[in-house]
Design a binder for this molecule. Structure first.
Ligand SMILES: [Fe+2]
Ligand SMILES: [Fe+2]
Length: 241
């Protein structure tokens, strides 16, 4: 495994300490977000509530995770398109390649979430072809292109929308852990994919804690990408040749 993976996993373990988690979350709590990402996030969260209920559940997490991994791939494809169009701009290419590296890593992490949670939802019989598979798949396809174009138009709006979506995921996992603590602590996790990914947990409690921590990292990284790389990628035509 590479250094980035090891550093991420070490941070995930640290964030299980409530004090360290609070310290890590604090600088990015309650960020001021633009109107467009706010409206889009309200639509996304509202659709999830309408289809799967307000309370978190295995089935709701499975559906949300199918959709939550999509932005990272959209960003990568959008960044790839921008590098193709403006390959003469070295500075911009470096920034876009950095965004791609983060989004590739997050894609693998979110893929682990969706595969393992689908496995757990099946065991709990909290699944179904139409509501939990087909609807999220169709939604994910539309969402992929919506985020692709949003990223091309406004890098900032795409990252802020992700911040809100990941905040919601973080809160839902926390609520799930708080509500089901005893049951989760008594349930072991047996998943070949989790072992393949390289994460070791003893129980579903530890697994859902680690996923919650992943979502907090994604939330903070979405804003940090903006702070480090600037709010807008501005190409010029002279730089395309
Ligand atoms: Fe996730
Ligand atoms: Fe996430």
């Amino acid at each position: 495994m590479n250094e980035e993976f090891d550093a991420h996993e070490a941070l995930v373990r640290e964030l299980s300490d409530p004090h360290l988690r609070e310290q890590y979350a604090r600088p990015y709590n309650g960020r001021k977000i633009g109107l467009v990402p706010k409206i889009l996030a309200a639509f996304l969260v509202g659709s999830g509530t309408l289809l799967y209920g307000r309370r978190p559940s295995y089935g709701k997490f499975k559906a949300i995770e199918v959709i939550a991994r999509v932005p990272y791939q959209s960003w990568e494809v959008a960044a790839y398109t921008l590098v193709s169009a403006f390959h003469g701009n070295e500075k911009m290419a470096i920034e876009l390649c950095k965004t791609s590296a983060f989004s590739r890593f997050a894609q693998d992490n979110e893929t682990m979430h969706v595969v393992v949670i689908s496995h757990l939802a099946r065991r709990k019989k909290d699944h179904g072809l139409f509501r939990f598979t087909l609807i999220p798949l169709i939604f994910a396809l539309i969402y992929f292109w919506a985020i692709y174009f949003l990223y091309m138009i406004s890098h900032k709006a795409a990252l802020e929308l992700n911040y809100l979506f990941e905040s919601h995921a973080y809160e839902q996992y926390q609520e799930f852990i708080d509500t089901n603590e005893e049951m989760l602590k008594q349930t072991p996790v047996m998943s070949d994919f989790l072992a393949f990914y390289g994460r070791n947990v003893k129980s579903e409690y530890e697994f859902f804690e680690s996923v919650r921590n992943d979502e907090l990292i994604h939330r903070n990284r979405s804003i940090r990408e903006l702070e480090v790389r600037g709010t807008r990628i501005k190409p010029s035509f002279e730089e395309t040749v």
